[in-house]
Design a protein around this ligand. Structure first.
Ligand code: 13P
Length: 287
């Protein structure tokens, strides 16, 4: 069933967990993520768009994600990830998305505030919540990178407080050394900065770029106000590796169904593994 509001994020943070935001591109990734939420009995966000819209088409992927969430026994929010486009945001809100991320992180501060305020205004009309970003991450949403974050792009705690107050945003994505995609060297987060941001803002924090993040760093973030953790590259890698492994057996008989199933099951297993990491339990800390 659809997960509305940020209460699940606040509840997760209260118990040392976080809600994962998994990026979905197609039927297999949506159903793999949904199956993981059902198996774990934990809420998740399916992040369908805006980059995946380029692959699947907006209407098709929106309907797919919403239908899977509505008919699942698990609590699943449908979220628009990284959108700079108010029209796209409005279309998703009208379709029934439960949350959107308006990404004005590339804009000057005042323009980011103006864009985010307008997204919040539109979301309120639809009962949806809004995530915004302050500071900029290195890396790419869809392509692996060995880039490392620049100090200059990190989130400033005082600006974060001003931003949240001025926009009324419900969750804030931060840049504290996190990087989109896999990196050559292990990422080290600026946990002191994260603690200051957590003290300064009253809303749940969001950590993007969690693929490959050392588990100690991840738990450091969970202990400092991070209530939503975005994961994409780990699921893509699991999907691609499973498809590669299944391909030789599938090819002679053109057995595409077993190939797609292998991809879906790999996404489910990778998502389940992430969910166990987003937990304060001893097994979640292992690795
Ligand atoms: P990763 O690809 O590093 O997991 O980042 C995902 C993300 O932040 C999506 O917004």
């Amino acid at each position: 069933m659809l997960l509305h509001g940020t209460e699940a994020l606040k509840q997760a943070a209260h118990t040392g967990h976080a809600v994962p935001g998994f990026v979905a591109y197609n039927l297999e990734t949506v159903s793999g993520i949904t199956a993981a939420a059902e198996a774990a009995g934990r809420p998740v966000l399916v992040q369908a768009g805006s980059s995946p819209f380029k692959h699947a088409g907006r209407r098709a992927l929106m309907r797919l994600a919403l239908d899977a969430a509505e008919h699942s026994g698990a609590l699943i929010g449908v979220h628009l990830d990284h959108s700079r486009d108010l029209h796209e945001i409005t279309v998703c809100l009208e379709a029934g998305y439960t949350s959107v991320m308006v990404d004005g992180s590339h804009l000057p501060f005042a323009e980011n505030i103006a864009l985010t305020k307008e997204a919040v205004r539109r979301a309120r009309d639809h009962g949806a919540w809004v995530e915004a970003e302050l500071g900029a991450l290195e890396g790419d949403e869809d392509v692996s990178t060995d880039a490392v974050a620049e100090t200059a792009s990190l989130t400033d705690p005082r600006q974060a407080a001003e931003f949240v107050e001025a926009t009324g945003v419900d969750a804030l994505a931060v840049a504290v050394g996190n990087v989109h995609g896999f990196t050559k060297d292990p990422v080290r987060l600026d946990l002191e900065r994260l603690a200051l941001i957590h003290e300064a803002v009253p809303v749940p924090l969001v950590l993007h770029g969690a693929s490959g993040l050392p588990v100690g760093q991840l738990h450091g973030a969970l202990a400092r106000g991070v209530a939503k953790v975005n994961v994409n590259a780990e699921l893509r890698r699991a999907y691609l590796e499973a498809v590669r492994t299944a391909l030789p057996a599938a090819l002679p008989g053109s057995d595409a169904v077993s190939l797609w199933a292998a991809g879906r099951d790999a996404v489910r297993d990778a998502a389940l593994e992430v969910i166990s990491r987003l937990s304060p339990s001893p097994e979640g800390r292992a690795g």
